[in-house]
Design a protein around this ligand. Structure first.
Ligand SMILES: Nc1ncnc2c1ncn2[C@@H]1O[C@H](COP(=O)(O)OP(=O)(O)OP(=O)(O)O)[C@@H](O)[C@H]1O
Length: 192
């Protein structure tokens, strides 16, 4: 009964006014009051879940927020097969001759670059780049392990020097890196 409730609330308020400050009951904390049902909070449907929480959940891949997006996604699935050192369906290259490279490219590797055999990342990734079945490849290895030299070799192998048109695209995050890659390419491809 609202009337009785209001009267009781009024008498409690009057009683607490007559008490000394030490004896007065502490008022409920604001959070507790809001939980009890403030119309403003209910209206926007955010009871107990602020914007931050919602976005945090969405970013964290919470099923409630990811389900709908994945259902309506028009992107085709992209299964990734992760392989680690040597664990691939391809045979790792122990020598550059194993890769069926052109004599010009081999000369560039031995004479200009002064390489004797593929590094680990090259031994694993070059057969994937140069021999069928051709697949998209994301390669990751430590700094200075021969990644750049590896993909430059792959590019040079596919480019026909007699065809005067762009045949390969290398996207670099900085201008300096692009220049460095060009230098490696010109050196390695000197005899192409
Ligand atoms: N098979 C190889 N034999 C000998 N030296 C090599 C071989 N492959 C690459 N190098 C040399 O190792 C150095 C690092 O190679 P590269 O720049 O290709 O490595 P990276 O993994 O791309 O490095 P970063 O991660 O710093 O870009 C270069 O001086 C390169 O000439």
């Amino acid at each position: 009964d609202n009337t009785t409730g209001a009267a009781e609330a009024g008498s409690v308020a009057a009683k607490s006014q007559s008490l000394s400050p030490e004896e007065r009951p502490t008022p409920p904390r604001r959070r507790t009051q809001l939980r009890a049902g403030q119309p403003g909070l209910r209206r926007n449907g955010l009871m107990g879940m602020g914007r931050t929480t919602r976005w945090t959940r969405r970013r964290a891949g919470h099923p409630r927020w990811t389900r709908r997006r994945s259902r309506s996604s028009t992107l085709s699935p992209c299964p990734l097969t992760t392989v680690t050192s040597g664990d691939t369906p391809y045979t790792s290259a122990r020598t550059f001759e194993d890769l069926n490279l052109s004599p010009e490219l081999l000369k560039g590797l031995y004479v200009e670059m002064k390489f004797s055999k593929p590094s680990k990342i090259q031994a694993i990734s070059l057969p994937m780049i140069l021999t069928p079945p051709y697949k998209n490849l994301i390669a990751q290895a430590q700094n200075g392990s021969g990644k750049t030299t590896g993909f430059v070799l792959g590019m040079l192998n596919y480019v026909d020097p007699n065809l005067k048109a762009p045949q390969a695209l290398c996207i670099c995050p900085t201008r300096e890196l692009a220049i460095q890659h060009l230098e490696v390419l010109l050196k390695m491809g000197k005899y192409n």
